[in-house]
Design a protein around this ligand. Structure first.
Ligand code: SF4
Length: 338
C-alpha cells in the first residue's frame, strides 16, 4: 500500500496536540500550510515512540521536519556522532543517501531507513571506488582524505574522512602522521581549494562540486551587500573560492549557526541551501535573515509523508556489504577520534 497517497485529516484533536509545535515554527511556516503538516507531525511522533526510532535531520531539512519531528539536528559531522551514540533500534535519516550510509556504517546492528532512495548528492555521484583506486595508483604513498559526502564504497578506499567542520585538522593530522607534505582530498574541488589556502599542506583534488553551492558567485555576494548595507555574509566552504574571499566568515552549517548564536548580527545572509535560514531564524528572532535561495533537490525529496511511510513500513532500509563497511568504518572512526 502506498501510504504517501493517503491523506491524514486535520482534526480538532490533531490541532490541539500540535499547537505548541506550530507556535515554534509560526514565523517560517504559513498558517494556511499547518493543517497539511500537523496530522503527519503527530503521526510521526507517535510512530517514533512505538517503534523505538529516532529521526536524524540535516540542517537543510524544511522547518516542519527540522523543528517538529527531528530528535537530533545538525551538520553531517554532528549527525554522524549522534548515529554512533544513539540507543534507538531504528534510525530514520532525514537527509541524503550518503548520510544514511554513514549512520549504517557506524551502527551496523541498527535498522537505518532513508525515506526516499532518490535523495542523492552531486558530490557523492562525482566519484566511484574505482576512481579512487586509480588516484592511489597515480600518486602512490599519498593519504586519501575523503569528504563524508561520498558513497560507502569511496570511503572504503580512503584513509580518513572529513567534513567541512574539520577538514583542515584532518588534512594536517594525516600529513603529520604519514610524514608527507601532500594529501589527496576528494571529491569537492572547491572545499579542497578553500582548505589549501589555510594550510601549508599541498592538496591534490578531484573535480566534484556541490550543485547548490557552485552556483553562488562573487557578484552575488556584492549584490547582497549593495541591497543590504551592513549585512554579514556567512558562506559554506563548498562555495567557489571567489565567494569565500568576499564573505565575512566561512564555515560548515554548524559553524554558521554558531556564528549567528554568538555574534547576533543585526542582518545576516547564509550563502548555502534555502532551508538553513528558515531553521535558524526560528531560534534567533532578533536577527534579520536575507534569504537567497538555492535549493538542494536531493534534500527536498525528504518529506513528512515519506518519513511517516518509512516508519510505518520499514522502507527503505540501507544495507552495506560488510567487506565495504569495515574499511569505510575505519575511515569514519578515524575522523571521529580526532
Ligand atoms: S547541498 Fe550539495 S552537498 Fe549537500 S546533498 Fe545537496 S548536492 Fe550534496
Amino acid at each position: 500500500m502506498n501510504l504517501q497517497s493517503q491523506e491524514l485529516a486535520y482534526t480538532p484533536q490533531v490541532a490541539a496536540a500540535t499547537v505548541r509545535l506550530y507556535d515554534k515554527v509560526a514565523k517560517v511556516v504559513p498558517k494556511v500550510e499547518w493543517p497539511v503538516y500537523a496530522p503527519y507531525v503527530q503521526a510521526i511522533n507517535t510512530l517514533k515512540r512505538d517503534k523505538s526510532a529516532v529521526i536524524l535531520a540535516h540542517n537543510y531539512m524544511t522547518p516542519e521536519i527540522f523543528h517538529c519531528v527531528a530528535d537530533f539536528v545538525g551538520d553531517s559531522l554532528q549527525l554522524a556522532r549522534e548515529a554512533a551514540k544513539t540507543d534507538a533500534q531504528v534510525i530514520v535519516q532525514a537527509g541524503v543517501h550518503f548520510m544514511a550510509e554513514t549512520s549504517k556504517i557506524l551502527s551496523p546492528g541498527k535498522t537505518v531507513l532513508i525515506p526516499d532512495l532518490r535523495a542523492g548528492c552531486s558530490l557523492a555521484a562525482s566519484i566511484t571506488g574505482a576512481d579512487v583506486r586509480l588516484l592511489k595508483q597515480k600518486y602512490p604513498g599519498l593519504p586519501v582524505v575523503t569528504y563524508v559526502n561520498t558513497s560507502a564504497e569511496v570511503k572504503a578506499e580512503s584513509d580518513v574522512c572529513c567534513t567541512s567542520s574539520n577538514a583542515r585538522a584532518v588534512v594536517e593530522d594525516i600529513a603529520r602522521e604519514r610524514g608527507v607534505d601532500t594529501v589527496i582530498m576528494i571529491p569537492d574541488e572547491f572545499l579542497a581549494q578553500n582548505i589549501a589556502k589555510q594550510t601549508k599542506i599541498k592538496i591534490i583534488t578531484w573535480k566534484g562540486h556541490c550543485e547548490v553551492h557552485e552556483r553562488f558567485s562573487a557578484a552575488d555576494i556584492r549584490s547582497y551587500r549593495e541591497a543590504n548595507p551592513g549585512v554579514i555574509v556567512l558562506a559554506h566552504p563548498e562555495c567557489p573560492p571567489e565567494v569565500i574571499a568576499e564573505a565575512d566568515f566561512a564555515g560548515s552549517t554548524a559553524a554558521m549557526i554558531g556564528y549567528v548564536g554568538e555574534k547576533r548580527p543585526k542582518k545576516v545572509v547564509m550563502v548555502t541551501e534555502c532551508s538553513m535560514s528558515d531553521n535558524v531564524a526560528v531560534e534567533y528572532p532578533d536577527v534579520e535573515f536575507v534569504r537567497p535561495c538555492n535549493l538542494c533537490p536531493h534534500m527536498k525529496r525528504i518529506t513528512l509523508k515519506n518519513i511517516r511511510e518509512a516508519l510505518e513500513t520499514g522502507r527503505h532500509e540501507v544495507t552495506i556489504d560488510p567487506a565495504i563497511a569495515a574499511p569505510a568504518r575505519r575511515a569514519v572512526e578515524r575522523m571521529l577520534a580526532l
